[in-house]
Design a protein around this ligand. Structure first.
Ligand SMILES: [Zn+2]
Length: 268
């Protein structure tokens, strides 16, 4: 049995962990690095084509964004994730491929016109995204899934994003069983649209997200609806338009939820 920390272990994006049990090679998440890469991620311990399974905690790109690259490099195994994460990945991984192809084209066009912006091939293309999405196995929360003879998993709702999960992994080798829990990104309590995170009670080892270090999230939350209503009202009264840049899955859904709440309540 082996656990290797591959990515997001000094920083907060590019999450990836590698497990080995018997002759099986497993990844937990395979996320894209976002922003400046401060710490170089460790290489995968085996070639991509040798990976048998991926267990995906949730659809955010810093946890899932390199899955099409895995496919481009020969991975043809299975990706286990929750139903909602599977739905989101189907949209988001294709969107990632689209963005990369567009950016690459844009840089090539600029270079032709004499710009010194370096050209860049996309990491992967739409075929890779389509191919990897077909490898996804949708799973329900709270059910023990026999992945293969020596590996069992269970997804628990962790309240971070629709479909987000902690993954309990039971590995057996030479008559010994160990349980490793991958927390995934952990949500807060009392969030709109999401259930409260469910704690996992026991484990031999825990690999846990610690993005916020020792900061406490318990403090009273601002009244988003009231604040947003005020901004909208003030702008509309002046005859203006409100432009909201939104890019993060989860945050955008939250915002739409609040806007609907305001509309239904006819607060504006
Ligand atoms: Zn996340």
């Amino acid at each position: 049995m082996k656990l290797v920390l591959v990515g997001a272990d000094h920083e907060v994006t590019g999450s990836c962990h590698y497990l080995e049990v018997g002759d099986k090679h497993i990844l937990v998440d395979y996320g894209m690095q976002q922003g400046i890469e401060v710490f170089e991620r460790a290489p995968l311990p085996v070639a991509e084509a040798m990976i048998d399974y991926v267990f995906l905690t949730h659809a955010h790109v810093d946890h899932s964004g390199l899955l099409p690259l895995l496919y481009a490099h020969g991975f043809r195994g299975q990706i286990f994730t929750t139903d909602a994460s599977a739905d989101l990945c189907s949209i988001m991984l294709r969107d990632c491929a689209h963005i990369q192809m567009m950016e690459s084209e844009w840089k090539k066009r600029k270079a032709k016109r004499g710009s010194d912006i370096p050209t860049q091939e996309p990491l992967y293309n739409m075929e890779d995204a389509d191919g990897v999405v077909k490898r996804i196995v949708s799973c329900h929360y709270d059910q023990i899934i026999d992945v293969c003879e020596n590996v069992k998993i269970r997804f628990t709702d962790i309240g971070h994003l629709l479909g987000s999960a902690s993954i309990e992994v039971w590995l057996s080798e030479n008559g010994t069983e160990k349980k490793i829990v991958f927390s995934g990104d952990i949500g807060n309590k009392n969030q709109p649209l999401l259930k409260d995170p469910i704690p996992t009670r026991e484990a031999d080892f825990v690999v846990m997200e610690s993005t916020y270090g020792d900061r406490l999230h318990g403090a009273a939350q601002g009244d988003y609806v009231e604040e947003l209503t005020g901004i909208l009202k003030e702008t509309f009264d002046r005859g203006g338009n409100v432009v909201i840049p939104s890019f993060a899955v989860g945050r955008t859904q939250e915002l739409l939820y609040f806007l609907r709440k305001i509309k239904v309540g006819r607060l504006v």
